[in-house]
Design a protein around this ligand. Structure first.
Ligand code: 5GP
Length: 191
């Protein structure tokens, strides 16, 4: 998606540890028009699929999922990182290693929000090593729902998460695929 790639080049910031900061339009301040266009693009890609739920992970995935939900009008379920008191105990859980923090967290989804009747599209902002997607696909599997695929705004291809998903036969569609990234040479996209 050229508009997203252009915006990454214009406003993305490369940080140590292979982190691309997109805080001015996707991760902190939100460009709602861009999010709408991302949503439209994802909806177009999956237009032939039956989808009953969008599944993402808090916090940044929610904004992407909201964009998609304007074109695929189904509920968004987001995996929660901290199980709180007002959450039912009847939950699916999986482990996520945070790419940016390096810490491990359990994420949960209440069982009543995903069932074997569902066809699920997973949505997230970034795909790096694949831990977040692994956790979300595990939750879908546990629920018995059908996994339609995964839609990602920005994939850092060289970090291998996408290849791992493909090996498992999971469809992953990323709108901006980064082939390499460094302060010296900048960001290079795949075609
Ligand atoms: P993974 O689990 O695939 O290693 O990393 C994906 C998750 O880590 C995403 O949910 C995203 O929030 C975060 N993440 C991974 N790489 C980056 C990055 O370069 N920049 C930002 N802002 N977040 C990232």
């Amino acid at each position: 998606m050229q508009e997203l790639k252009d915006r990454i080049i214009k406003d993305g910031e490369i940080y140590p540890g292979d982190v691309l900061k997109v805080s001015s339009f996707l991760n902190h301040q939100l460009d709602t028009e861009l999010l709408d266009h991302i949503g439209r693009e994802i909806a177009d890609i999956f237009s032939k699929s039956k989808i009953t739920k969008l599944l993402t992970i808090e916090a940044s995935g929610i904004a992407i999922a909201m964009g998609v939900s304007r074109y695929i009008n189904v509920p968004i379920v987001f995996a929660k990182k901290n199980k709180n008191k007002n959450m039912s105990q009847d939950v699916y859980t999986a482990e996520v290693v945070s790419f940016t923090k390096g810490t491990s967290t359990q994420v949960s989804v209440e069982k009543r929000f995903l069932s074997k009747e569902d066809s699920v599209l997973i949505v997230d902002d970034f795909l790096a090593k694949g831990s977040a997607l692994n956790a979300l696909t595990t939750i879908v599997k546990e629920s018995g729902a059908d996994l339609v695929g995964c839609a990602i705004a920005i994939e850092k291809v060289y970090q291998g998460g996408g290849a791992e998903m493909a090996q498992k036969g999971i469809r992953v569609e990323s709108l901006a695929k980064i082939k390499s990234m460094s302060v010296e040479d900048g960001i290079v996209f795949e075609d």
